[in-house]
Design a protein around this ligand. Structure first.
Ligand SMILES: [Mg+2]
Length: 156
């Protein structure tokens, strides 16, 4: 089965975890960018808007980080880049935080230590959701453009 590569931003304050998981994802054919804090994640995303890097499809985001935590980072990401999907990494016993994250716009969450197959499945689902949402936005933009430019094909 051929998989399309996913552009992933991996955000976690545990450097070993980030490095190991990043290598596994790259081995699986994905493109991975890493950040070790919420603040760094936001600046990586700002860079991708400058065409220096491919656009991010999905962010894997640790909830428990010093400084700006995952929930605050998630809120800022969704406010600026609503189409990018976010999968949260939560510790055991952190169900309340996971719920808060889902209500703040996270696509899904995963309990640490993250199971690689489960992560892969969720990454695929998140990327599909992102692609579908982007397609809907393009279609709406095309309709709006048609309406503005004379509206021969519209009923209103
Ligand atoms: Mg952490």
């Amino acid at each position: 089965m051929t998989q399309l590569p996913i552009n992933i931003l991996l955000v976690d304050d545990e450097r070993d975890f980030v490095e190991v998981l990043s290598l596994r994802l790259v081995d699986a054919g994905h493109w991975v960018k890493t950040a070790f804090s919420g603040q760094e994640a936001l600046s990586v995303l700002a860079d991708t808007k400058g065409d220096q890097l491919p656009e991010i499809d999905v962010i894997v985001l640790d909830i428990k980080m010093p400084g700006m935590d995952g929930i605050e980072t998630l809120k800022q990401i969704k406010a600026k880049y609503p189409v990018i999907e976010v999968i949260l990494l939560t510790g055991h016993g952190a169900a309340d935080t996971a719920i808060k994250g889902l209500k703040s716009g996270a696509f899904d969450y995963l309990l640490k230590p993250a199971d690689f197959d489960e992560l892969t499945t969720k990454l695929e689902a998140a990327r599909k959701q992102r692609d579908a949402q982007e397609a809907r936005i393009r279609q709406a933009e095309a309709h709006a453009l048609m309406r503005r430019s004379g509206g021969m094909l519209t009923h209103d």
